[in-house]
Design a protein around this ligand. Sequence first.
Ligand code: C2E
Ligand code: CA
Ligand code: CA
Length: 520
Amino acid sequence: MLGKKPSEFPGGQDYVAYEAKIQEVFETGRDIEFELNIKSRTGKELCNHIRLTAEHDSSGSIVTVMGVGRDISELNIQRQKINEMAFYDSLTGLPNRRLLIDRLQHTLASSTRSILHNALIFIDLDNFKTLNDTLGHDIGDLLLKQTAQRLTACMRQEDTVARMGGDEFVIILENLSNHIQEAEFQVETINKKILTILNQPYQLANHNRHITPSIGIVIFSGNQFSIDELMKRADIALYQAKKAGRNTIRFFDLDMQTAIENRSSLEESIKHALSRQQFELYYQPQVNSTGRIVGAEVLLRWQHPVHGMILPDDFIPIAEETGLIIPIGLQVMKSVCRQLKIWGNGPLKDNLHLSVNISACQFQQEDFVKKIINVFESVDINPARITLEITESMVLGNISETIKKMQALKKKGIKFAMDDFGTGHSSLSSLKKLPLDQIKIDQSFIHDIPENNDAAVIVQTIIAMGNNLGMEVIAEGVETTAQKDFLIQHQCVNFQGYLFGNPMPVNEFERVFKEQGFKW
Ligand code: C2E
Ligand code: CA
Ligand code: CA
C-alpha cells in the first residue's frame, strides 16, 4: 500500500475513517492508534491494529504519515473468549453472576425512565445435592445444562436467564405491565410455565429423574431498591417457597421480611441468653399411685430481662432450626447433673428421678452419646437417675442408628421414655424394637378422658400395650381427679400434670417435695 492513498487500497473498501485519521495526524502531529476491520486479498475478514506516525523534515513540518498495520484477528478471538469466560458460565453458556448484575444495573437505570414493572426471579432446584451426591457430578452437570436449555427455551429473547452458581438460576423479566396486579399476573403465568417445564422428567444419561424447582420472585419498578436489596428480597421469597414444601412459587412481601428479621433477632437473643445464663430449669413433679413424688420432668424457662418469662414453645423451634439447641441441651444436661449432685447429699436423694427432653437434632448428633457420658462422668452422678425423653420423630430417621445410641447409653444405666406417645407417625413394629423404659401418654388424649370415648379407648390401648411390652406408662397433663381415677382404674399408676403440681423453680420444688412428697 506504500505510496497509495487509502482510496486506492485493495478490496474496494470504505477507508473514509482511515482518511480522516491520516488527516488528524497531519494536523496534530500526534501518533494515533486504532482498530479497523478490513478484508484481506483473499476476502478473509481481518482485524487490523493500525498505528499512524508522523515523519518530519529538518524544519519540523510533517512530510509523510507512516502507518503500520498488524493483523490482530487471532488476538481478538482470544479476547472474545476471555470475555465469555468472565461473563458467561462455562457449563451452561448462560450469563454468570457478573453479567447478571451488569444487566440488573442496566434494568434499574432504564427503569427510572419508565413506569413499567420488572421482576427478579430466583430458581433453585430441590434436592439437587442429593442427586449430585448419589449419581455423580457428571450427571449433575447434565441436569444443569438441560435446566438451562429449558429455561432459555421458555423465555423471551429480551429476558435474561443467568446461572448464579450451583443449582441456582436467576431470571430478569423486563417491561411488564405498569399495573402492579397485571404485572403480578404476567409473572405468575410465566412462572407457572417454568414450574411445568422443569417438572418434566429429565433423561440424564441412562437415568430418568424427576426434579422440582422452588421459585422466589420480587417485582420492582423504578430504582427505589438497590441491587443488593432486590437480591435479598428474591432470596427471602425463595426461602419461603422452600419452607412451603418446595416445588412452588412465592412472591416477596414485607411480612415475610419482618418475620425473617424477627427470627434472626430472636436467634441473636437466644445466643445472648445462652452466654448470659438466662435459661433456668423448672421442675414438674411426677407422682405414683400413692401420691408420692418419685421424680420430675425438667422444663426449660427463659428469664428474659425485658420480656419476662418465655416458654419453650416460643424459642425451642427456632433453637432447633438454628442448631442452638445443641449447646442449650448440653447446658440443660450439665445443670440437671449438678442438681442431682446437690440433692445426692440432702433429703431428696431418695431415688428421685429427673426426666430430660432431648430434641431430635440433638440426638442425631454424631457424638451425642459421648457428650452425654462426658457430662455424667465429669459431674460424677449415677446415670440411672436420669430418663431421656425422646419423640417418635427420631425413630422415623435411621432406626438402627437410634437403637445403637440408646443401647450405648442404657449400658451406663440411663433410661429412655417415649414422649407425646400416640401423636407421631412411627409404626408399632419400629417402636417395639426400641429399648424403651417408659411411654408418656400424650396430654391431648388425657385432656379428653373420661368423657370422650375415642380418647378413652386410645388411652386404655396405650396402657395395655405398655404393660404388655414391659414398659412403664405415665400420663402427662393430668388436671382433674376424674382423669386420675380413670387412669388408676385402667392400671396407669404414674402421673404428671397440674393436678399434682405445675412446673416450678428448684427451691419451690424442694419445698413441695418435703411437705407433701409422702402423702396423696
Ligand atoms: P413436653 O415435653 O410435652 O412437656 C410438657 C408440657 O406440658 C410442658 O410445657 C408443661 O408445662 C405442660 N404441662 C404440664 N402439665 C400440664 C397440664 O396439666 N396441662 C397442660 N395443659 N399442660 C401441662 P412447657 O414447659 O411449655 O414445654 C413445652 C415443650 O417444650 C415440652 O413439651 C418440650 O417438648 C419442650 N421442652 C421443654 N424443655 C425442654 C428442654 O430442656 N429441651 C428440649 N429439647 N425441649 C424442651
Ligand atoms: Ca417431655
Ligand atoms: Ca410431652
